[in-house]
Design a protein around this ligand. Structure first.
Ligand SMILES: Nc1nc2c(ncn2[C@@H]2O[C@H](COP(=O)(O)OP(=O)(O)OP(=O)(O)O)[C@@H](O)[C@H]2O)c(=O)[nH]1
Ligand SMILES: [Zn+2]
Length: 311
């Protein structure tokens, strides 16, 4: 029988079949599939698996996971259990939503760009959702025009919403319909509030942003998939603050800044890092204002954080 992993809490997995039947499942022995990466978790939320029902306990709906089907993609972050280990956050995604806020708490452009790079490296389209639009005064709204223009021109979808007033929620629903979407964002940006709007009745706990740090408190601990009432599913990730940039050599980074792509082949050196090399077409595009300078700063910052010795 085939099923999809909805939740993983260590050695137990909540899986659901296409008929909507839910089982608590465990892995049958240790099997190593998908071993192109060293991960601390062999099965992740979103994985498609084959299961065998385990009838030994008549009071429980238990099953054994016997195989994992190949993944179309997955997203990882570095594992807290070791520098070279990775934790698979979710698999088989159609798209990712990054929930951002300009204040309370502030999502930096560096954080957004880092997320976009990681998603691009895993071939996952991203929708940038700016939440808490109700807290801005008329004058502050101008900056959203610039943000919208910047990312829309690159090719990303940008949506301005408010979980509180429900502004933009129907548009968000339309983008999520019939897709498997990973929802991510800093703690406190309102992911739980948005999920409650999208899935009335689920009632995910939200916590007040603590006054002292302005950061939200972590209320979610495990990644979990939810079926959307209008079709599709949403994967909620536990306070994932940052996806590490993994397995991206320095010379490849610019490929994941989508607006740099057309210029890369025009650089004088084919291994150009677009820093101080002569004849760099990317830098020329920045100087001409074709590539946004803040995006270029994000590029240089991320480039600097990639460990040279790894490659
Ligand atoms: N004004 C306003 N406040 C909001 C909005 N959305 C969420 N909040 C508030 O922001 C705080 C954090 O919201 P949560 O939904 O718990 O945030 P979260 O992203 O799920 O946080 P974690 O569970 O820590 O990852 C709560 O006090 C919410 O009431 C919004 O659209 N407008
Ligand atoms: Zn260059």
């Amino acid at each position: 029988m085939q099923a999809t992993v909805y939740k993983s809490t260590g050695s137990w997995y909540t899986v659901k079949t296409a008929d909507g039947e839910t089982f608590q499942a465990r892995m049958k022995g240790i099997f190593k599939k998908n071993d192109d990466i060293t991960s601390t978790n062999p099965i992740a939320v979103g994985d498609h698996v084959t299961i065998e029902a385990d009838d030994s306990d008549a009071n429980a709906k238990n099953a054994m996971i016997t195989d994992i089907l190949p993944r179309t993609n997955y997203i990882v972050r570095s594992s807290p259990h070791g520098k070279n280990k990775k934790h698979i956050v979710a698999a088989n995604l159609d798209q990712a939503v990054l929930v951002c806020t300009v204040k309370e708490p502030r999502t930096s452009q560096g954080f957004i760009d880092r997320f976009l790079v990681t998603a691009a490296a895993y071939h996952i389209p991203v929708i940038l959702v700016f939440n808490k639009m109700d807290i801005y005064k008329e004058k502050e709204l101008e900056k959203f025009e610039a943000i919208e223009e910047l990312y829309t021109n690159i090719g990303y979808q940008v949506l301005l919403v408010s979980a509180k007033t429900k502004e933009g929620i129907p548009e968000l629903e339309a983008l999520l319909k019939d897709k498997t979407t990973l929802m991510s964002g800093h703690s406190g940006v309102g992911k739980s509030s948005l999920i409650n709007d999208l899935m009335p009745g689920l009632d995910i706990k939200t916590k007040e942003v603590s006054g002292w740090s302005g950061k939200g408190l972590h209320t979610t601990t495990f990644a979990e998939m939810h079926d959307l009432p209008f079709g599709g599913s949403l994967i909620d990730t536990p306070g994932v603050r940052e996806f590490g940039i993994v397995d991206i050599p320095k010379t490849e980074l610019s490929h994941y800044f989508l607006e740099m792509q057309p210029f890369i082949s025009q650089c004088q050196f084919n291994n150009c890092l677009h820093l101080n090399e002569p004849g760099c077409a990317v830098k020329a595009a920045v100087e001409e204002g074709i590539i946004d300078v803040d995006r270029y700063v994000s590029y240089a910052t991320i480039l600097d954080s990639i460990q040279e010795e790894t490659y």
